[in-house]
Design a protein around this ligand. Structure first.
Ligand SMILES: Nc1ncnc2c1ncn2[C@@H]1O[C@H](COP(=O)(O)OP(=O)(O)O)[C@@H](O)[C@H]1O
Ligand SMILES: O=c1ccn([C@@H]2O[C@H](COP(=O)(O)O)[C@@H](O)[C@H]2O)c(=O)[nH]1
Length: 212
């Protein structure tokens, strides 16, 4: 492991745009070279003091839903080559899980999440900023499938949340952060050309850091 400052890559984009798919595609190439993924979702505020019904009223697409102070503290620790205990988020119960994941410092940090480009403090830590750009009709179709299969939701609750929070917050807070991106990746994980270009760029940076 190098003693240089780790490389920080931020990957933003709307819900179900393909952020996780792009993250995994990049992670798979660099896993041999020490890379860690930090999901902004895992830093949703702890809501264990609220009832389940109260948690359903939270706007999960607003910047204030996230504990970015803790996220920043953890990123700064990783940048100082110190380990962190990363929280885990339980989407079914809408709160932080009991367990944490111990994460050792790595040469490359990938930070992914809907609003990672919204907070200037996070942006300022990033060496490369990406925005995954996928049409909203595709994103809602993916979200309906995913939230019903994986997050214990009904079709009515997914549609209601989409119309009252996901869509308006996307337009207000997520879409405008596209302007901060160095690269906009259309269609996410299926965009092999964009991912190859990013991989080449990251390799070049790591070479200059004498990591690969
Ligand atoms: N190009 C694609 N075509 C079809 N389904 C996709 C595609 N990319 C992602 N998905 C699906 O959409 C859902 C969200 O993708 P994901 O990469 O997790 O997006 P995000 O992290 O932005 O929410 C997942 O169920 C994934 O399998
Ligand atoms: O308790 C929760 C926490 C989050 N959400 C929704 O998750 C998405 C962000 O995750 P993606 O993987 O980027 O889709 C966000 O739009 C929240 O609405 C939730 O429903 N419940």
């Amino acid at each position: 492991m190098s003693k240089m400052r780790p490389l920080v890559i931020g990957i933003a984009g709307g819900s179900c745009s393909g952020k996780t798919s792009v993250t995994h595609a990049i992670y798979d190439v660099f896993r041999e070279h020490s890379v860690v993924v930090i999901e902004q979702d895992y830093y949703y505020k702890n809501q264990s003091h609220l009832t389940f019904e109260e948690r359903l009223k939270t706007n999960y697409d607003h910047p204030l839903a996230f504990d970015n102070d803790l996220l920043l503290e953890h990123l700064n620790r990783l940048l100082q080559r110190k380990a962190i205990d990363k929280p885990v988020y339980d989407y079914v119960n809408h709160t932080r899980a009991e367990e944490v994941i111990h994460v050792d410092p790595k040469d490359v940090i990938i930070l992914e999440g809907i609003l990672v480009l919204e907070d200037k403090r996070l942006r300022d830590l990033m060496d490369i900023k990406l925005f995954v750009d996928t049409d909203s009709d595709l994103r809602i179709i993916r979200r309906i499938e995913r939230d019903i299969k994986e997050r214990g939701r009904t079709i009515d609750s997914v549609i209601d949340q989409y119309l009252t929070a996901v869509r308006p917050m996307h337009n207000l807070f997520i879409e405008p952060t596209k302007r901060y991106a160095d690269v906009i990746i259309p269609e996410g994980g299926e965009n092999e050309v964009a991912i190859d270009l990013m991989v080449t760029k990251i390799k070049t940076i790591l070479e200059t850091m004498s990591i690969v």
